[in-house]
Design a binder for this molecule. Structure first.
Ligand SMILES: *Cc1c(COP(=O)(O)O)cnc(C)c1O
Length: 455
């Protein structure tokens, strides 16, 4: 065996060992930061160190500091593990070391992204002619799609932002709900639209903005306007009423952008049809593959119904880049130049799951969420705060102090991990079921941990 072969086989063993022992370890690290730092700290060596030694020592040193996201009892944020084919494709992505910048930098990466883009539009029932950019996550998908929106609404107002910039441009207004994700504001700021330009409408108990409130704001504003709606609120999983919002946005000539980070995957389920209908009526969508599609980090998707606005807001042609004209050059669709070939893992995830597998993944997570709600509701003092229509379960145990104490016990107990939040000005615990790996037993073990914590 060559040294490289030995290194890669040893690395495979370490990966398998990690995944095979998930059940035996606390879901969140119990070691304090100082201890982790002491284990990981090393002097930068003066000379080379054998790669196998580096990898073995790295794996051993970081093990006590890893959150066990690939396991079935990680319910933090809205993030799931990685389906096996996507994990394996991601290993190969690093091995192949392709630059997914353009067709010429990697014909394979370009074609795989093109095919994965088609599958995503098909499975999510988004317009066939829409353009797709593969980004680091939903944050940069927002930047990408909202840059296209900015280009388009200003073009309609007679302003070429690509040439003239924003200085002196007609002001853009953004209308959105109070419970929009924090990454929407950051994306807007990065493209030159500050918080003063964001017109925030109130939301209902589930965090939904109403079309009537949005229509009121649109009626008093003439000029370039972007509406940002949400498909999947990060605490409750609720959807804004997108068909009604699309109708008022269209009536006022506003661009409708949808934040569907995890929630857009509800589009694959017949059970969730009522929730996710009409999402295709938007002008752009931003979402993740690394959340509910269970692809490894980092992987987001920007889809734009108006490819010319999308392309005009990104790189545009440059002579040395050697565009083929007919094949996909990723630099047209994202804000990055050289980048990881993210399409391989998405392609592998979709192909290995198939249509029914993606539907099963989404339906199963939602069924687990309902089971959580049913079982937790039976515990003394437990209140289910949200309407559990998707994969999110928001709970409380009486006052803030009790809720926080229960959460802390769960987080320290090691059986499961989830985060806390504030909802309606009060503390709450957010359980997000987002992983293919979660089983009924995982749900029941977690509920048992809650029962013990409450007792
Ligand atoms: C997670 C999330 C985002 C941001 O996505 P990243 O992948 O972390 O960049 C945006 N919107 C919503 C609703 C989210 O849940």
């Amino acid at each position: 065996m060559t040294d490289l072969e030995h290194l890669l086989r040893r690395t495979t063993d370490l990966a398998i060992e990690h995944l095979a022992t998930l059940d035996d370890r606390p879901v969140f690290p119990s070691a304090p930061a100082a201890e982790l730092r002491a284990a990981i700290a090393a002097d930068l060596p003066d000379g080379p160190l054998a790669p196998t030694t580096v990898i073995e020592e790295l794996a051993a040193a970081v093990a006590p500091g890893l959150t066990l996201v690939p396991g079935g009892r990680y319910f933090g944020f809205v993030t799931g593990g990685a389906v096996p084919a996507a994990l394996a494709a991601d290993w190969l992505t690093a091995t192949w070391d392709q630059n997914a910048f353009s067709y010429v930098s990697s014909p394979a990466a370009s074609i795989v992204e093109d095919i994965a883009a088609g599958w995503i539009k098909e499975i999510l029932r988004l317009p066939e002619g829409a353009s797709v950019g593969f980004t680091t996550g939903c944050q940069m998908a927002h930047v990408t799609a909202l840059a296209a929106a900015r280009h388009d609404v200003l073009r309609t107002a007679g302003w070429d932002v690509a040439a003239a910039g924003l200085s002196g441009a007609p002001p853009i207004r953004v209308v959105t709900g109070e419970k929009r994700h924090v990454t929407v504001d950051r994306a807007l700021r990065l493209i030159g639209i500050g918080s003063d330009a964001i017109d925030i409408v109130p939301v209902d108990a589930e965090g939904r903005a109403s079309a009537a409130h949005i229509a009121d704001r649109l009626a008093v504003h003439r000029g370039p306007t972007i509406v940002v709606a949400q498909a999947g609120e990060v605490n409750t999983g609720s959807f804004d009423p997108i068909p009604a919002i699309a109708a008022v946005a269209s009536e006022h000539g506003a661009w409708l952008h949808v934040d569907g980070a995890f929630g857009i995957w509800a589009r694959v389920s017949e059970r969730l049809e009522a929730l996710a209908a009409g999402v295709e009526q938007a002008d752009s969508w931003a979402f993740d593959a690394h959340k509910w599609l269970n692809v490894p980090y980092d992987s987001g998707v920007a889809v734009v119904a108006h490819p010319e606005a999308h392309r005009a807001s990104m790189l545009g042609p440059a002579a040395y880049l050697a565009a083929t004209g007919s094949e996909r050059d990723a630099y047209d669709w994202t804000a990055e130049a050289s980048r990881r070939a993210r399409g391989f893992a998405i392609y592998a995830a979709l192909r290995s799951l198939g249509r029914s597998g993606v539907t099963d993944l989404i339906d199963r997570c939602c069924a687990h969420a309902r089971r959580f709600a049913e079982r937790l509701a039976a515990l003394p003092g437990c209140e289910i705060v949200n309407d559990v229509a998707l994969n999110q379960v928001l709970i409380r145990f009486g006052d803030d102090e009790t809720t926080n104490r229960v959460l802390e016990k769960i987080q320290r107990g090691g059986v499961a991990w989830m985060g806390g939040t504030t909802w309606d000005g009060r503390a709450a615990i957010r359980i997000s079921v987002s992983s293919w790996a979660t089983t009924v037993e995982d749900v029941d073990r977690t509920v048992a941990a809650f029962a013990a914590a409450v007792a």
